[in-house]
Structure formats: C-alpha cells, structure tokens
Design a protein around this ligand. Sequence first.
Ligand SMILES: NC(=O)c1ccc[n+]([C@@H]2O[C@H](COP(=O)([O-])OP(=O)(O)OC[C@H]3O[C@@H](n4cnc5c(N)ncnc54)[C@H](O)[C@@H]3O)[C@@H](O)[C@H]2O)c1
Length: 289
Amino acid sequence: MRIVGVVGAGQMGNGIAHVVALGGHEVVLSDIAKERAEQALGIIRHNLERQVNRELITQDEMDKAIARISITDNLAHMKDADLVIEAASEKENIKVAIFKELCETLKPEALLATNTSSISITRLASSTDRPEKFIGMHFMNPVPIMKLVEVIRGIATSEETYKIAREFVSDLGKDVAIAEDFPAFIVNRILLPMINEAIYTLYEGVGSVEAIDKAMRLGANHPMGPLQLADFIGLDTCLSIMQVLYEGLADTKYRPCPLLVKYVEAGWIGRKVGRGFYDYSTEEPTPTR
Ligand SMILES: NC(=O)c1ccc[n+]([C@@H]2O[C@H](COP(=O)([O-])OP(=O)(O)OC[C@H]3O[C@@H](n4cnc5c(N)ncnc54)[C@H](O)[C@@H]3O)[C@@H](O)[C@H]2O)c1
C-alpha cells in the first residue's frame, strides 16, 4: 500500500488522509471541489501541529506526513494508487459514479474501500469491475483521535482483500471491529436511532436542545449530548443513514424525524456550515431551539 488515494476531502477525508500519511503512505487526496481539497490540507496541517504541541508526534514526523500528501480534483491522478478509500458524501449515486470513474483509471490489482456509514458494501462493490477487491473501511470521526475502524466485507470480498485491509488498518494504529454487511453496520445501527430519538424528543417538546444534551451527558454519562453529536456528524449524513436504515430494514422504528428532514432542507446541517441544533457563529455554541 505505497500510494493511497482518498476521494472526498470533507471532515472524514481529511482525517483519513492525515492518519494514512502519518502512517508512512503517499496520499493523493481528491475532491470534486479543488478548494475543499486545499482547505483540507490546511486543516490537516493545523491538526498535525496540535499533535506536535501535545508531543504526540515530532515536528519531523509532521513535516514528512505533509510532504506525502498531494491534492487534486481529478480522479485520473489516482492511477498509481494501490488502494483508494472513498469518503465522499453519503449518497449512493455519488459513490457509484466515483467508483465507475475510478475503475477506468485504476490498475487492475488496486483495492477499493468505502468509508460509507450505512450503504450496502455488496451493492457498492457490484458497481465496480472488482467486487472481490472491494471492502468497507468505516473510520470514526475525528479520525486522528478515534481508535475504531469497522471493517465490513461484501458478499464477494475475497479473503485476501479482507486480510490486507485488516493489516492496513492495524498498521495505522487503529483497532478493528468486524461487522457484517447490514444497513449501517454496528456503530450507526445503534447510535443513529438514539440520535433520531433525541430529535423526536426535541420535536415533541419533551425538552429543549440544552436540556436533552445535558440529560444525556450527566444522566447517561455520554461525553457529548446527542444533538451536539448530530451536529458534529453532519445532519445530512445523519438523515442519509436513517433513510438507509428505514428502507433497508423496512421497519417504521427507523423513520427519520421530520424535524431532522426540515433542518437538512433548510441547509442547517451542523457544525460544518456553522448552524444545526446549535449556532456556531458565537463564541460559545448557542442552541437554536
Ligand atoms: N461525519 C461523520 O461523523 C462520519 C463518520 C464516519 C463515516 N462517515 C462517512 O464518510 C463519508 C464522508 O462524510 P463527511 O462527514 O466527511 O462529509 P462532508 O460533507 O464533510 O464531506 C464530503 C466531501 O465529499 C465531496 N464530494 C462530493 N461529491 C464528490 C465527488 N463526486 N467526488 C469527490 N468528492 C466529492 C464534497 O465536496 C465534500 O468535500 C460519508 O460516506 C459519511 O457517511 C461520516
């Protein structure tokens, strides 16, 4: 895995590029919007600096990691990659289009991984010319800090691909949890219905944003309230995951809360745009309800 491509330079893509470059691999980071990739490089630099200041890595390790990352808006620049990790928006049509384009460019032996939070690995794999070389590699947010990576095999994923993926993830210093290819796998199958329920709790007026988050922080000992966490994940991503659960498991208990739908329709999709259940334009985030 000398050269690793990362497609999508949003909050997950920049985190993945960060840990992969620190792990000693060359990284080609791409986004449909070149300025997102440029922005991502700035964020990676800032986050590496924080690690240097905390003496978690040395200045030399930081400099080498930064030097290993190149950015592009052209998937043809992935042609020499040994592995490409897709971390674009959580929309199946976007991901399928990326894989189709990538397959025209990649060398035949290159592996493909997706960071999807919920979409069927088997279905995504079948849109490529190499389902046996395709795997789910679900990093957690923020990637440089969170220990876990869920590894998910599609029905066609070969034993060899699975072994290589596990080794790659372990070499990055992450712990692996193996999940079967069911909608939203393990973490989000459990986490997202809780977040959706928290939004219903707000929608029905059981509590305010502040009360709900405080209740779960102090009452259930969660490090962050569910609405704050939803903003952190991105409400667009939360909604997409609930839709995959709702459609994939055909159970009304996964119905996305109408308030979540409304916030996404309004473009209030969380921290990445400055407004979600909290307004981030003030020094301290202020609840919006
Ligand atoms: N946010 C989380 O907490 C989290 C955690 C684990 C996994 N994920 C998954 O990671 C993926 C990315 O999520 P994110 O939170 O980084 O989203 P994001 O919105 O921060 O970033 C998505 C990026 O994809 C880019 N993009 C869209 N279409 C593209 C295309 N055709 N080609 C290249 N780039 C394209 C966008 O410009 C954007 O920069 C999703 O599949 C999501 O489900 C998210």
